[in-house]
Design a protein around this ligand. Structure first.
Ligand code: TYM
Length: 342
């Protein structure tokens, strides 16, 4: 039995990293005939760790749903739903909290980076959690484990930054199964694509991220051709001649090669062969052209769906109803196993 699950936070417009690292893979996996169930969740409870403006959150959720559908996520092939509409996520999360050692969570890098950003802390070594780390941000990966395990998911398509959370999910599942001597949860596999880590255009030592304060560090799926062109022009590359794929020594240009390769379907080698004698300006122009061309139909579809808000909301309703049925059944089983029901 193959059950596919993934989630995205409604904390703004998705960027090329979200798209190439995760969403395109979601689209291909929803078409996988061997999957008995495919669920994609707008994880609004997770977003609460960052976005606390109620109006913004509401707006972002609808916008995110519209964008996912415009990218090809098809409600006929999968369930799209808001996490908070299925209360079993929070309930299972509490149960998993009770078997998750704090030591496991303290090793997670994501809360450290987010906390560092929020509090403007210079280095991770300087982190002092007594100056205001919310419990929610720290416990975030347990809720993520609950999202996945609630549906007994077996496959989870994500970007590279989520690999550690998936390892934790397997550890929690294994601990639960062993402790209660019952194989309740399968150990879910992480599914990655070659574009699993798209880098910031400003600082290619970092990943492209929704929360970076630098607008030109990322290309949003809703950016105009002019914005895309400006951002790629300003993208940090090096002064070496020629186009070469070498993520360690030439991360900026290699990142653009990955983007170009993902959009065209050409292999990295084919891209490098095509442009090896070009200068970086020529290559950047080609990358711009391909990105603009690729995003155009998606943006058109976003505009169309914006006028169909009623329909989009009904998709979310329907997704939540169906997800709730499965979630309730599985949660009931967990409750029995741990002794809260007979
Ligand atoms: P989020 O909302 O930050 O990102 C959504 C997806 O995009 C991927 N991603 C990237 N991939 C490549 N390059 C990048 N620069 C890049 N930035 C983001 C992320 O890896 C992710 O797959 N914790 C998750 C949401 C979540 C979830 C889950 C995922 C909650 N519960 C259960 C899977 C299963 C997150 O923060 O995603």
């Amino acid at each position: 039995k193959r059950i596919t699950f993934s989630g995205i936070q409604p904390t703004g417009v998705p960027h090329l990293g979200n798209y190439l690292g995760a969403i395109t893979n979601w689209v291909s996996l929803q078409n996988n005939k061997s999957s008995e169930l495919v669920l994609y969740s707008i994880v609004d409870l997770h977003a609460l760790t960052i976005q606390k403006d109620a109006k913004m959150l509401q707006k972002s959720k609808i916008e995110m749903t519209i964008i996912l559908m415009a990218c090809g996520i098809d409600p006929k092939k999968c369930l799209i739903f808001e996490q908070s509409k299925v209360s079993a996520h929070s309930e299972l999360s509490w149960i998993l909290n009770c078997i998750t050692p704090i030591g496991w969570l303290s090793r997670m890098t994501q809360w450290k980076t987010k906390f560092q950003e929020q509090k403007n802390i210079r280095s991770i070594e300087d982190i002092d959690i007594s100056i205001g780390l919310d419990l929610g941000l720290f416990a975030y990966p347990v809720l993520q484990a609950a999202d996945i395990l609630l549906y007994k998911s077996t496959h989870v398509p994500v970007g590279d930054d989520q690999v550690q959370h998936l390892e934790l999910t397997r550890d929690i599942a294994e601990k639960f199964n062993k402790f209660y001597k019952k194989n309740v949860f399968p150990l879910p596999q992480t599914i990655l694509v070659p574009a699993k880590r798209i880098l910031s255009l400003k600082d290619p030592s970092k990943k492209m991220s929704k929360s970076s304060p630098f607008e030109y560090s990322r290309i949003n799926l809703t950016d105009s051709p002019e914005e895309i062109s400006q951002k790629i022009k300003r993208a940090t590359t090096d002064s070496q001649k020629g186009i070469l794929y070498s993520p360690d020594t030439r991360p900026g240009i290699s990142n653009l090669i990955t983007i170009y390769s993902s959009f065209t379907g050409l292999t990295i080698e084919q891209v490098v062969n095509k442009y090896k004698n070009s200068d970086s300006k020529t290559f950047k122009d080609s990358v711009t052209e391909i990105v603009v061309q690729y995003l155009q139909p998606i943006q058109k579809e976003i505009e169309r769906l914006k006028k169909e808000e009623g329909y989009v909301k009904s998709v979310l309703e329907d997704g939540a109803n169906k997800a709730n049925e499965i979630a309730k059944r599985n949660l009931e089983e967990v409750y029995k196993v741990i002794g809260l029901r007979n």
